[in-house]
Design a protein around this ligand. Structure first.
Ligand code: SF4
Length: 705
């Protein structure tokens, strides 16, 4: 690999939202080879275990889907068909259902792994041409609480900081996240920064003592669901000690007095009891914030995946706002995106309540702007938000939704209370599955299977967690007749008779998306594939009037995107709305990632090296909880509640808080058994504002099996 051949072989890792650069090539046998991109600003050549083994996922095509397949009736097997036939029939079925039941009878469920160009065309197809807002993605399960939190506090869904702020910070508060395993290259950067500057302090709040805690100066091992209590208590301690920034509060925020009243409803000592931690530790956290010149809050699913996820986000962002730690180097909120392009999806409006370039679906002016741009009839874009991820499966179960098109995701592992999703798919009149692997559980339910190109087999862009847009070169041809997702969607749109989908290439799609961002806060109207190939990656907003690398941090002028141009310190009651534990189900189940697997394992599950770390699912539980149930290390246990059960081996560890148990989220069916699947047990509650599920808090009991 020639590391200077950037015009043809740079790409980006397709796992987490850190967005590491990769140099890729093919050898004489056509196999993809990779190494970290030494010149990429994010990772400087480093890759984590998942990224280092990414090439195996495309070199092994044994599980790939090579041809389109379809069946004419549920009792018939699917047959191999041509692209024309499959898309003509799919279009005919969609037209019939739309004519009979209206456009809201169909839905599309996509993914934070889709490239921005793919997101853009599918959003345009569904909202602009079919005329429903029933397009949602698995980002709903991941970042939607952060989206809502940013909009409510800063006026728009935007991460104000950049990774370079890590080296400029004195304090990083990691809330409900394990970046040492889930965002490893970013965490290595924190480790290096701390090594160079021992004055950099780390606070971690997490019911589990994870690998991330090994770097922490203070681990707040709080009870699940008590994050707001903790953040409010820290806020109170900061106010009590006059450690807030009165000038910033006065000049650049609103809502402080109400916030003050709310956080003073409970003493720090009372909060400590609720959180299950020492009062002195809360006060120490407040002292560390007070002493910091640069203060970054960093979080991910521990806050987002909650029935009170938006308020958890807001309560943490409030700590930046009351101390004035935003819009300056080394300070600000940094949500870590779980998926490689959750951010790009949000930029094109790829959720059921969004429009492109952070426009608001319920704003008539914004709808009119997009309608004019897409050259569609005024009023074509529906005013009401469409179905979210979990609502789609509810609607299938209730018969309101007739057809679903699922691409680039496996809801039969990732949705909460997943057996409900299985029942829903059985009730659907028509199921389209656009996939790379025939191992996906979704295939069983598919009336139509569309073979998709995988990472390295298509070109496009993604945006990482620091708003950095990068370009992915196509490295090799997709196997068989598999096509890039954007091409499949555009071909389908044309079969539906829609104009405006005959793009010559992905660059043309990007150009259209970029033009639609003009004069918005996400303005990339001067950006193109050509510029990205040259520069590798830039942070939005990016226009010719901004320096050639985009915008490192937002709000440096302290002008926020709210109507008042002030950041809003939000107040709300501190109440945990998760399901209650009970004598029958006295333990709290939380779920999450392990180091070497990613999501539903359709890619990482193929790589033998990645199984060496942890090869099978397990239940982590506290030795005291285990002893009460006569459970020993490696015993087979059954975790159960009213929704289902899981059977795995127990791993005993006092790294987890007593009363809490942990299951990895990755495993689905193994040898046709679904007993490894954590989401057999998770509950159906969602945050009322973000509609993000409550994956981190389900009541269960554990027994020796
Ligand atoms: Fe890929 Fe994330 Fe690892 Fe970087 S840190 S190599 S983006 S999985």
């Amino acid at each position: 690999i020639k590391t200077n051949s950037i015009e043809k072989k740079t790409t980006i890792c397709c796992y987490c939202g850190v967005g590491c650069g990769i140099m890729a090539d093919t050898d004489k046998l056509g196999r993809v080879t990779i190494e970290g991109d030494a010149d990429h600003p994010v990772n400087r050549g480093q890759l984590c275990s998942k990224g280092r083994n990414l090439h195996y996922t495309v070199n092994d095509t044994s599980d790939r889907i090579f041809y389109p397949e379809m069946r004419y009736a549920r009792n018939q097997p699917r047959q191999k068909v041509s692209w024309d036939s499959v898309l003509e029939r799919t279009a005919a079925v969609f037209k019939t259902l739309i004519d009979k039941y209206g456009p809201d009878a169909v839905a599309f469920y996509a993914s934070g792994q889709c490239l921005t160009e793919e997101y853009y065309v599918i959003n345009k197809l569904v909202k602009g041409f079919i005329g429903t807002n029933n397009i949602d993605t698995n980002s709903r399960l991941c970042m939607s609480s952060a989206v809502a939190g940013y909009k409510m506090s800063l006026g728009e869904d935007c991460v104000p900081v950049c990774y370079d702020d890590i080296e400029l910070a004195d304090l990083i508060f990691v809330a409900g996240a394990n970046p040492a395993w889930c965002h490893p290259i970013l965490w290595q950067r924190v480790e290096k920064a701390k090594e160079k500057n021992p004055a950099l302090k780390i606070i971690v709040s997490d019911p589990r003592k994870t690998q991330t805690c090994s770097l922490a100066d203070l681990h707040l091992q709080l009870n699940p669901g008590t994050d707001i209590t903790l953040h409010h208590a820290i806020g109170r301690a900061l106010i009590e000690n006059d450690d807030v920034d009165p000038a910033f509060i006065e000049n650049h925020t609103e809502g402080f007095e109400t916030y003050r009243a709310i956080v003073f409803e409970r003493t720090v000592a009372e909060a400590a009891i609720i959180c299950g931690i020492e009062e002195s530790d809360i006060r120490m956290a407040a002292r560390m914030i007070a002493d910091a010149n640069g203060f970054i809050t960093m979080w991910t699913m521990g806050l987002n995946q909650s029935v009170i996820g938006v308020n958890k986000n807001l309560s943490l962002i409030n700590l930046n706002l009351i101390t004035g730690h935003i819009g300056k180097p080394g300070s600000g909120p940094l949500s870590l995106t779980g998926q490689p392009n959750a951010m790009g999806g949000r930029e094109v409006g790829g959720l059921s309540n969004l429009l492109p370039a952070h426009r608001d679906l319920q704003n008539p002016q914004h709808r009119a702007e997009v309608e004019q741009f897409w050259n569609i009839m005024p009023g074509k874009i529906a005013a009401q938000p469409g179905l979210t991820a979990t609502e789609m499966f509810d609607a299938l179960n209730e018969g309101r939704l007739k057809a679903i098109w699922v691409l680039c995701t496996n809801p039969l592992i990732s949705l909460p209370d997943v057996r409900k999703a299985e029942a829903a798919l059985q009730k659907a009149k028509f199921v389209v599955v656009q996939e790379i692997s025939h191992q996906s559980e979704m295939i069983k339910y598919a009336d139509v299977v569309l073979p998709a190109a995988a990472w390295a087999e298509k070109e496009g862009t993604m945006t990482n967690a620091e708003r950095r847009i990068g370009y992915l070169h196509k490295i090799k041809e997709a196997p068989g007749e598999a096509l890039p997702d954007a091409e499949i969607i555009c071909r389908f749109a044309q079969k539906m008779g829609y104009k405006g989908f005959d793009y010559p290439n992905a660059a043309a799609i990007f150009a259209e998306h970029a033009a639609l961002t003009k004069d918005t806060h996400v303005d990339i109207s001067d950006l193109s594939h050509a510029i990205l190939k040259e520069k590798r990656a830039v942070q939005w907003p990016y226009t010719k009037t901004i320096n050639g690398h985009g915008t490192a941090r937002l709000f440096t002028d302290k002008t926020f995107y709210t109507a008042s141009q002030r950041a809003i310190i939000r107040s709300f009651p501190d109440e945990n709305l998760s399901e209650k534990i009970s004598p029958d189900f006295p333990l709290i189940l939380t779920t999450g990632r392990i180091r070497d697997q990613w999501h539903t394992m359709s890619k990482t599950g193929k790589v033998n090296k990645l199984k060496q770390h942890i090869s099978e699912s397990f239940l982590e539980m506290h030795p005291e909880d285990a002893a009460q149930r006569k459970i020993r290390e490696n015993d087979l246990v059954e975790i159960a509640n009213e929704r289902g059960h899981v059977r795995v081996k127990a791993r005993l560890s006092d790294n987890i808080k007593q009363g809490v148990v942990f299951l990895p989220m990755h495993w689905g069916k193994v040898l046709d058994s679904d007993l490894n699947r954590a989401n057999n047990l998770t509950n159906n509650l969602v945050d009322p504002q973000s509609k993000e599920p409550d994956f981190k808090f389900s009541a269960v009991e554990v027994k020796l099996y």
